[in-house]
Design a protein around this ligand. Structure first.
Ligand SMILES: C[S@@+](CC[C@H](N)C(=O)[O-])C[C@H]1O[C@@H](n2cnc3c(N)ncnc32)[C@H](O)[C@@H]1O
Length: 351
């Protein structure tokens, strides 16, 4: 809704309400209903577009008062009374200022844009700064993830630093977008995997970044090793282990996982391989790290016609001489590009 229509809608919705009292409350029509029927009543009124969104629903004992826009339109079965309702504090969002709904992601107090047109990106950045979003910095994508460390280039459009603290499922991750890889889009997927972990696990994240798998695993009691070739990512992983109170269960190692693996031969009950496009080249290392029973979470990016087959074939080729290989889950995590899927295979290896 653009600014004009939101103002009109707000005027229409307020017409039955008096001027505010000194306590910031307005008097107007409310549907009175018992608490047990509250949600059903609220959804009936919402379906009929009768709820006065500018005012709060109030509760008194076992009774709810739901502010309504037009008492005459409320079905007879509901009781309408006149009552004071506190005004709802509304937030100004970027869309309210722009007149269109921009797409963006949030990573801590940094807002991430993916706009080709720089003028449009600057306009959105300004609206974000002027809105009530708790944003300190706005950045726009300048490249794909690239090179060994999978970092992308960003242009800072508003604010200064690109360092932030991102919160995800009760964990905190300090990171700097300019020096490490991080994607907030994978939060649900990471949580799915973390929920499988318990204190009997010994987990190696072979490409750990700042620890978005390692930290929640350790919080669930697992002994964890995180390896990354990016020194800055490992520094953040160590900081994040301290921040989340799990540094006693996290070992962070900077190096090429192929070289580190000799220290942890046949140690891991769980392996994470989130290096899509090239994880297959590290499957011999995964086999070297796997204990007699091990779950492998293998991420890949493949054509939508056969997104799981290349990974499964590569895993079988690397592991089947030593392990029984069972693919337990084949999961599309997200669409990566037109006709390309980011997928995960959860694979059980049993010696
Ligand atoms: C796609 S990121 C994943 C990071 C993290 N697991 C996550 O989900 O956010 C891949 C990571 O692998 C690291 N990496 C690339 N090659 C590596 C290697 N040979 N050994 C260890 N780490 C490597 C990169 O530096 C990068 O941080």
């Amino acid at each position: 809704m653009n600014v004009f229509w939101s103002v009109i809608a707000s005027v229409v919705k307020r017409q039955y309400y008096t001027a505010p009292t000194p306590t910031g409350r307005m008097e107007g029509p409310c549907v009175r209903v018992g608490r047990e029927a509250g949600e059903a009543t609220r959804s009936r009124l919402a379906e009929a577009d009768l709820i006065a969104d500018d005012y709060e629903i109030t509760v008194e004992g076992e009774t709810l008062y739901i502010p309504v826009t037009d008492p005459d339109a409320v079905p007879d079965e509901f009781e309408v009374v006149t009552r004071q309702a506190p005004e709802r504090e509304t937030q100004t969002m970027p869309a309210d200022l722009l007149g269109f709904d921009p797409s963006y992601e949030r990573l801590g107090d940094v807002v991430l844009l993916d706009e080709d047109d720089r003028e449009r990106a600057l306009e959105i950045a300004q609206a974000i700064v002027d809105s009530d979003l708790p944003a300190e910095t706005v950045v726009n994508k300048q490249s794909k993830v690239k090179g060994e460390t999978r970092i992308r280039d960003w242009e800072v459009l508003a604010g200064e630093g690109t360092e932030t603290v991102h919160r995800e499922y009760g964990c905190e991750f300090a990171l700097d977008l300019e020096s490490v890889y991080f994607s907030p889009r994978l939060a649900t997927e990471r949580h799915r995997v973390a929920e499988q972990v318990d204190q009997t696990d010994r987990a190696v994240d072979m490409f750990a970044g700042v620890g978005p798998f390692v930290i929640p695993f350790a919080k669930r009691g697992a002994e964890c090793v995180g390896v990354d070739i990016n020194e800055e990512a490992i520094a953040y992983l160590r900081e994040n282990a301290r921040r989340n109170g799990v540094d006693d269960r996290v070992t962070a190692i900077c190096g090429d996982v192929r070289e580190v693996a000799t220290e942890y031969e046949h140690w891991a009950t769980r392996l994470v391989m989130n290096l899509p496009h090239s994880a297959d080249a590290f499957l011999d290392t995964a086999v070297q790290l796997a204990s007699d029973e091990c779950i492998l979470h293998y991420y890949d990016i493949q054509h939508e016609d056969a997104p799981f087959e290349p990974g499964e074939t590569a895993i079988r080729a690397a592991a089947e001489s030593e392990y029984d290989v069972t693919v337990e889950t084949r999961r599309v995590v997200r669409s990566y590009a037109p006709h390309e899927e980011n997928v995960c295979l959860d694979v059980r290896l049993e010696r």
